[in-house]
Design a protein around this ligand. Structure first.
Ligand SMILES: [Zn+2]
Length: 319
């Protein structure tokens, strides 16, 4: 089964911890031996800037992650393929893993649209407008009582992103800013990595109205594999471990709300330590595939969830 994933923090970890993406047991959830095992063709690479970086510090840290990605892609063109446009998408599946850098939180832009153009030139093709903390675009979902909607800068940012051919990613975006973004977009938006609030009622997950709003605009919803998002009370004493069955529940819920064509995977691998017990790293994807088959999904439907829907979405958004 071909696999394309909408969110992993792999290059953030490689940058900070000097990990080697060619080592199977080198500590990364996503590494080349395992992506080859499971037929992974594309990884959207989070360029995540923690809240401790702000202003120029956030910009510099984001540039460091992209430089790390560039370094590996340059050293090993046999293994990595930078995906910048639709023509590059058509080249996927030839043996090299496609990589797309994608800001997680717009703080590296420091409220300046000119920096958006610079990051676009570096190959960034999507932006998660916020992370958990507040930035120049909006409050994140970790802010206790987010009041602000989308800022004026955020509105200008979305318009410029759409003109360039970048994905507007609403992961981590609470109300009311989410609704403001839906009112502002003219091209398909996405939620790259999220769980369904209809199953696990936390502010980080998307409720049915949010899922529907993205689907109605032709967008994409990537379900993630973080136990805290897919199993109520995960990590609390006495609560069982999360499994692929929980991830499958969220996928099936999202399909029910959005339709089969708008849902896929944004696992958030390398973004957490405690994984689902049978989805410990990307090499475990066949466990999820088997679980979905056992729920009655035909191969053609699993293919859409595992790769085709994300590739279709990026094909509509990228330049
Ligand atoms: Zn995230």
């Amino acid at each position: 089964m071909r696999y394309a994933d909408a969110h992993a923090d792999t290059f953030y970890r490689i940058t900070l911890e000097q990990l080697d993406p060619f080592q199977r047991e080198g500590g990364l959830h996503v590494n080349l031996p395992r992506t080859r095992d499971v037929g992974q063709v594309l990884q959207v690479c989070s360029v995540f800037t923690p809240a401790r970086y702000s202003g120029k510090g956030a910009e510099d840290f984001a540039r460091r992650i992209i430089a790390t990605l560039d370094h590996w892609a340059h050293q090993r063109p046999d293994a990595f393929l930078r995906v910048r446009n639709r023509a590059d998408l058509a080249r996927l599946g030839g043996g090299a893993l496609g990589l797309i850098p994608w800001l997680e939180g717009a703080s590296p832009l420091r409220g300046e649209l000119s920096l958006l153009d610079e990051f676009f030139a570096l190959g960034v093709r999507g932006i998660g407008l916020v992370h958990n903390h507040a930035n120049e675009v909006a409050d994140g979902c970790g802010v206790a009582e987010p009041r602000k909607g989308l800022s004026e800068f955020g509105r200008g940012l979305i318009a410029r992103m759409e003109a360039l051919g970048m994905a507007v990613d609403c992961a981590h975006l609470p109300q009311p800013a989410f609704n403001d973004v839906m009112a502002a977009v003219t091209r398909p938006p996405c939620i790259s990595h999220v769980g369904a609030r209809g199953l696990v009622d936390i502010v980080r997950n998307a409720d049915d109205a949010m899922l529907r709003a993205v689907a109605e605009r032709g967008g994409f919803v990537g379900i993630d594999f973080y136990p805290g998002h897919v199993l109520a009370g995960a990590f609390e004493p006495g609560v069982r471990e999360a499994t692929v069955a929980d991830v499958a529940d969220h996928l099936l819920h999202a399909i029910k709300v959005c339709g089969l064509g708008q849902v896929g995977l944004g696992g958030d691998f390398d973004g957490f330590n405690d994984a689902c017990e049978d989805l410990r790293h990307v090499g475990d994807m066949p466990n999820l595939e088997r679980e979905l088959a056992s729920r009655g999904l035909p191969d053609s439907a699993i293919e859409k969830l595992f790769s085709a829907n994300l590739l279709r979405y990026l094909g509509e958004v990228l330049p």
